[in-house]
Write a protein that binds this ligand. Sequence first.
Ligand code: MRU
Length: 348
Amino acid sequence: MSAEHDRIRAVAWTEAGVRLLDQRRLPQEEIYWTLTCSSEVAQAITKMVVRGAPAIGIAAAYGVVLAARTCFSGTGSGWKRLLEADLCNLEAARPTAINLAWALTRMRAIVHDLPDHHDPEIALLAEARRIHKEDIAANRRMGELGTALIEGAAGVLTHCNTGSLATGGFGTALGVIRHAYSKGRIAKVFADETRPWLQGARLTAWELVQDGIPVVLIADSAAPYLLRQGEVQWVIIGADRIAANGDTANKIGSYGLAVAARYHGVHFMVVAPTSTIDWHLSDGTSIPIEQRPPEEVLTLGGKAIAAAGAEAYNPAFDVIPAHFIDAIVTERGVVCQPTHERMKVLLG
Ligand code: MRU
């Protein structure tokens, strides 16, 4: 795999703070913000400057470094007590992707072990960097494991954005697509536009075009028709939270894709690091589904597209029952036809 397939970084640490590529402005503008306090990072997560399950976990981990820097420079030995409010604020930024809470749990463990009088920055930054690095390594591994499932030169359909922009780098589902394409296993990539935020049109197409991987964009509602044509052998998507039995929450529209894929005999692959698995939930029914503002549906590019007075329902995610999934690909291995029992091979 050449370096050109791993150029983009949505989140980066600099001495000045956390550097984020503003994903709301792509592909028209490539604007970077350097955030210097954790409340700005929490805001950036809520407002979708940075989005995608692993990427928001990584951004939050760096946010903890900023918070600790402020708390320690302000109060010295009282920093741990003060930090808790910042941790809670970061954790509340978005509810569905478990990677956010997972990254903060790791940061909390470091905080717990540090002495009160000690400057926490070096230890916390090292952990945030580890979380970031491990995510990229997991993506690379999943790229190989997912590719091994694809036979011939397949047509694939993906949903939302699961690439470098949504992760530490390289991507989950898009990492598989990148790797498989480089090995000649993929002939054609279709991407759903992914209303209302258009992550497919604005972000996935942007990443693939940059990599020189041809991409064909479709309206979300065209997906079942496309699957019926026989040009797609695999639907490949990411995940925001996977329950212990394999039920998977992902971008709204994923459930419909899974149902249509099963109906038309198209294989369905979920690609996610084990940090996306919530072992506390036995199934997907209690995964919290983020409800976002109605304006995101009622407007497009800042302009109203519906009659004034119309209401909107805007769930950001849905849940795919495990029995619609052919394979869950993680960095620890692949679970085919996931069940509670089969998922256990991924435990520690
Ligand atoms: O609302 P978003 O853009 O954060 O939703 C992102 C997704 O649903 C992705 O598919 C998911 O986070 C997996 S990203 C590797």
